[in-house]
Design a protein around this ligand. Structure first.
Ligand code: UDP
Length: 435
């Protein structure tokens, strides 16, 4: 017997769950980074297509309104769960019940079937999405952003491993989600190989870059804006300061370079942009102390997280942007720098070989030895002809990525998840009728 179910349509309303960090926060410190940018960019792009998005995030201050508008068609709902203050990721699992109850209450004000799909980001949100999915009868699409097993396999020396609670929580979400979105094929394979994901549920969707904001421009003007001398050799790092991101590798490499070429001492500038995050919060001054002990305090400049045009100036001012991470599920900074016409020297890990085309738009370095990094950085920054060639290719490489494309693929994934979800409900009902 065939039951009369309407065809699945493109979703009109998406519930995005982002428990531990809000897309309204400035990325580059604490818990705010690429995931926040991903959520705000794709949500804004969806809203432009007439799909409204509501992002559920934990309220961290009593000053936050219950609902804020991020962009036309994109709302951020601040859900009280625990104290009105930032909580560590180890403290957040205990608030998931309170958070989920807030999400369910907010939805209960609407007519049934209000949201067409749930998209959860990071495992904590996946736990919330899993329960909401069962209550609302809509599919759960999940993006992990980072995976504990992958992170633990590539820890920086002395860094704290991700706890077992997280591994178990991730395994549960992987088993429950209707669709898993991976940033790269590598991550897709990790989900299947390490987390036993059903390959038919995994979709690889490349993240994007804001090609209107990150454009090539005058290095001279950007250096002037940052107060840097025009003949400086600028090596930049932008992102959350924590051992996993390895800004210390850049400092060691810069010190190595100066030992070999002391004549650079007056011109070399190492620009470190971002604030403490994760296990890096425990020793926020560690990097400054390292610069001092390496004898490059005078060459190293620290800037707090930069918004908008100021970040564009950092990328444009740099001869090279370094991304020395031990692990990186993608690496938006690498794409943004290239979109600004700056070659990237990146670690050959995770998604970075997709974000950077080795020998074309930048260089990939295997391992984290100071000498290798110094060689790679010098090979770009101190060879103007080579740098110009890489820079031109970098712009072209970055243009292959856009948030429009990412959003196209996400919407297709939502529709596909909804079709599979509807079919499974139909099958279950048919079996019930047959009995
Ligand atoms: N970022 C920023 N200001 C800063 C440093 C970083 O806005 O001072 C943003 C940057 O534009 C990028 C994000 O933070 O979009 C970092 O994303 P990435 O994927 O490189 O690293 P993640 O934070 O996800 O580990």
């Amino acid at each position: 017997m065939t039951l009369p179910f309407p065809p699945v349509r493109t979703p009109r309303r998406v519930a995005v769950v982002s428990v531990h960090t809000s897309p309204l926060e400035q990325p580059g410190t604490g818990d705010a980074g690429g995931m926040n940018v991903y959520i705000s960019q794709t949500a804004t792009e969806m809203a432009r297509r007439g799909i409204s998005v509501e992002v559920f995030t934990r309220a961290t201050s009593s000053d936050q309104p219950p609902v804020a508008e991020l962009a036309p068609g994109v709302l951020v709902r601040h859900i009280p769960a625990g104290p009105y203050q930032p909580l560590g990721r180890d403290e957040l699992p205990a608030q998931l019940c309170a958070f989920t109850s807030g999400v369910l209450r907010a939805e209960a004000f609407h007519e049934p079937g209000y949201y067409d799909v749930i998209h959860s980001h990071y495992w904590l949100s996946g736990q919330v999405g899993w329960l909401a999915r069962d209550r609302w009868g809509v599919p759960l699409v999940h993006t992990a952003h980072t995976l504990a097993k992958v992170k633990n396999a590539a820890l920086a020396e002395g860094d704290t491993p991700e706890p077992r609670t997280r591994v178990i929580g991730e395994e549960q979400v992987v088993a429950e989600a209707d669709r898993l979105v991976a940033n790269t094929q590598v991550e897709a394979r990790e989900l299947v190989g390490l987390y036993d994901a059903d390959p038919s549920t995994v979709r690889t969707v490349a993240p994007g870059v804001d090609l209107e904001r990150f454009t090539p421009g005058s290095q001279m003007l950007s250096r002037a804006a940052l107060g840097l001398r025009q003949d400086a050799v600028v090596l930049a790092f932008a992102g959350r300061i924590q051992p996993l991101k390895a800004p210390d590798v850049l400092l060691h490499a810069a010190a190595n370079l100066l030992r070999r070429q002391p004549e650079l001492r007056d011109r070399l500038v190492v620009l470190i942009v971002g604030g403490p995050s994760g296990s890096g919060m425990e020793q926020p001054r560690e990097l400054r102390e390292l610069a001092g002990s390496l004898g490059i305090a005078g060459q190293t400049r620290f800037l707090p997280p930069q918004p908008g045009q100021a970040l564009v100036d950092v990328y444009r001012a740099a001869d090279v942007v370094a991304v020395p991470s031990y692990n990186e599920s993608f690496g938006l900074v690498a794409l943004e720098a290239q979109a600004c016409g700056t070659p990237v020297v990146a670690a050959e890990v995770g998604g970075l070989p997709v974000a950077v085309s080795h020998g074309v738009s930048g260089m990939l370095v295997s391992g984290h030895r100071a000498q290798d990094w110094a060689d790679a950085l010098a090979g770009v920054a101190l060879r103007p002809g080579r740098r110009a060639e890489l820079a031109a290719n970098a712009v072209r490489h970055a243009r292959r990525f856009s948030w429009e494309r990412t959003t196209d693929a996400l919407v297709a994934t939502y529709t596909d998840a909804a079709t599979a979800f509807r079919d499974s409900v139909v099958r279950a009902l048919q079996e019930e009728v047959a009995v």
